[in-house]
Design a binder for this molecule. Structure first.
Ligand code: PLP
Length: 370
């Protein structure tokens, strides 16, 4: 099959910004010229207008219901991506100059979060899978948390290495802070077992430009009034995401994605079932082709969102990417820091896209395996 990229939608396996549900894109197209009731484009309305305030409330309420966010947690939207949260979390949660936080490192993003926390205060690495190139997750027994940690930081899904933690966080006295950037909304999570969750939107929740923060009320008390305003969680919670002009368009699209999850998918348990089915299709190909495709993550922590694997040689990988693109299967290149192949199969990637990838993989293997 050769497809014309200009006339047909490709199956886009990008790690983010990633594929969006087609029905959401259609709605965006329709509202772009004239948002019903507003008389102008959704891009042209004030963040304080009734039309936008309605969008903001509807988006929050749909996300609260989908994620089952308890009443004693605030949900607000920021800019600056998850990278800003790497700094904001320690800036807001450390309560004294000699405080320290625990970090569990299961991949590249946890390391980047740690790097920023080190600029704010003391840190302690509880567990680090660097020696095995981040192909595994710790057992509960392997985690010995510090008695006085301000929080424990984890990364639920390591987008680059393709390693995912269970939805239930490790058992610890300290609040768990979780970077959920690449698996938020892909499965139900017990929010009440976390202290703070942050997630940029450009994988599962919408276009780039907005970051979701979910924080337990008591942790907001830690935000020092002397922090610069934009960097203070309490300011954002009190201002209902309107401390400054928020990314209105990104919030609007995120609201449509949330509604798609609720009305068309039927909630996060259904979404997880779909994601498990899609991921199993890819991992089945890896498992039946050990000599040709080498999966990176150990089977017990394979990501449902990003399947990472290698082929026998770099030349073979380059040929794989070229042939895949010619068949309309794009953005399969692994992250520049690790190489190989990465198939990102977030919520909006349809089963037929994954099936097309698997059929291509089998065909490619049969043509290239010696
Ligand atoms: C797990 C994880 N954390 C953080 C980030 C950084 O997000 P942003 O680019 O929005 O700052 C990413 C981006 O890919 C990610 O996958």
């Amino acid at each position: 099959m050769t497809i014309s990229p200009l006339t047909e939608r490709l199956f886009n396996f990008s790690a983010g910004p990633a594929a969006l549900p087609v029905s959401v894109l259609e709605q965006v197209r329709d509202d772009l010229l004239l948002l019903p009731g507003a008389g102008v484009s959704v891009l042209e309305i004030s963040h304080r207008s009734p039309a936008f305030l309605e969008i903001l409330e509807a988006t929050k309420s749909c996300l609260r219901s989908l994620l089952d966010i308890p009443e004693n947690y605030q949900l607000f939207f920021l800019q600056g991506g998850s990278r800003l949260q790497f700094s904001m979390a320690p800036m807001n949660l450390y309560r004294s100059a000699d405080a320290s936080a625990d970090y569990v490192l299961t991949g590249a993003w946890g390391n980047k979060a740690l790097e920023q926390a080190r600029k704010v205060g003391k840190t302690h690495v509880v567990w680090d899978a660097a020696e095995t190139s981040y192909d595994r997750i710790p057992s509960e027994e392997a985690l010995e948390f510090s008695a006085d940690a301000e929080y424990v930081h984890i990364t639920s899904n390591e987008t680059i290495h393709g390693v995912q933690l269970p939805a239930t966080p490790p058992n610890t006295e300290a609040p768990v802070v979780c970077d959920c950037s690449s698996d938020i909304l892909s499965r139900p999570i017990p929010i009440d077992q976390y202290g703070l969750i942050y997630a940029c939107s450009q994988k599962n929740a919408g276009p780039a430009g907005v970051t979701m923060v979910i924080i337990r009320d008591d942790l907001l008390e830690r935000s020092d009034a002397n922090l610069p305003g934009y960097l203070n969680y309490r300011e954002h919670a009190e201002a209902n995401s309107l401390y400054n002009t928020p990314p209105t368009f990104a919030i609007y699209v995120m609201g449509l994605v949330a509604r798609w999850l609720q009305d068309e998918v039927g909630g996060l348990a259904n979404m997880e079932a779909r994601n498990r089915e899609k991921a199993a299709l890819v991992y089945d190909v890896l498992d039946e082709s050990h000599d040709f495709f080498r999966g990176h993550a150990q089977p017990n922590c394979r990501s449902l969102m990003n399947a990472t694997f290698r082929l026998p040689t770099a030349e073979c990988e380059a040929e794989f990417l070229k042939s895949a693109a010619a068949q309309g299967l794009t953005d399969l290149k692994g992250h520049r820091s690790v190489g190989g192949i990465r198939a990102s199969i977030y919520n909006a990637m349809p089963r037929e896209g994954v099936a097309a990838l698997c059929s291509f993989m089998r065909d490619f293997r049969d043509r290239h395996a010696s």
